[in-house]
Design a protein around this ligand. Structure first.
Ligand SMILES: Cc1ncc(COP(=O)(O)OP(=O)(O)O)c(N)n1
Ligand SMILES: Cc1nc(C(=O)O)sc1CCOP(=O)(O)O
Ligand SMILES: [Mg+2]
Length: 208
């Protein structure tokens, strides 16, 4: 039997959510182990995101799941989130650390770039994210790394790496084998035909 390195699930919210989303998140978390949930809402203002965050953050706290805010250092600070995820245009990790203090996790999008990942590590990121590994309907993407970038990163650095983009339970194995510490997943969980609990459960055998 091949040894599979261990890897954890990092759930990304859908870009828009309805009033039933807290129940859907609960179902997802009931489906199996989830290390982190990222609130990634698009097209609404920060006050509305802060309002929607309240029951979701409480649920994550109850389950000891890290609650990560996408895009906004200020919103992560306002909510007392467990972390913030920054894209290349979302702010500087060193500035995020100054504002958030030592506790919260800071993640940085690095696309398919070894250079961006090393830069993020030097700027104090707690994880680097590579993607999009597969075609995705959740977001328009223009970078397509090979799993080897995960192998390269994990062989050189202790800092965790996240794989994102079109990941399903069926295509995840090469990413886990290449050393991804986390699989960041949205559509495969929220759009699972048997519901988000089944979506999370489907990943359990692949995670090692
Ligand atoms: C874990 C993780 N990785 C990458 C992203 C993408 O962030 P970004 O490039 O800022 O794009 P948007 O998500 O803001 O559209 C992410 N959110 N999470
Ligand atoms: C939010 C996001 N960022 C990506 C990147 O490549 O940086 S891909 C992506 C979409 C993730 O959703 P799904 O699991 O449905 O593909
Ligand atoms: Mg962003």
């Amino acid at each position: 039997m091949t040894h599979m390195p261990s890897c954890q699930l990092y759930l990304i919210s859908p870009p828009a959510i309805g009033p039933d989303f807290p129940a859907q998140l609960k179902a997802a978390l009931d489906g199996g182990p989830v290390a982190a949930v990222q609130l990634r809402l698009k097209g609404i203002d920060e006050h509305e995101i802060a309002r929607l965050a309240v029951p979701l953050q409480a649920l994550c706290a109850e389950r000891e799941v890290a609650f990560i805010v996408n895009d906004s250092i200020a919103l992560a600070k306002r909510l007392g989130a467990d972390g913030v995820h920054l894209g290349q245009g979302d702010g500087d990790p060193a500035e995020a650390r100054r504002i958030l203090g030592p506790g919260p996790q800071i993640g940085v999008t690095c696309h398919d770039s070894r250079h961006l990942a090393m830069e993020a590590g030097e700027a104090g990121a707690d994880y680097v994210a590579f993607g999009a590994f597969y075609p995705t309907e959740t977001k328009e993407t223009s970078h397509r790394p090979e799993p080897d970038i995960l192998r390269w990163w994990s062989s050189l650095f202790e800092l965790p790496c996240v794989a994102i983009g079109g990941i399903t339970a069926q295509n995840a194995r090469p990413l886990v084998e290449a050393g991804a510490d986390f699989l960041a997943v949205s559509g495969a969980v929220w759009n699972h035909p048997d519901g988000p609990g089944a979506g999370v459960a489907a990943f359990t055998p692949v995670l090692g």
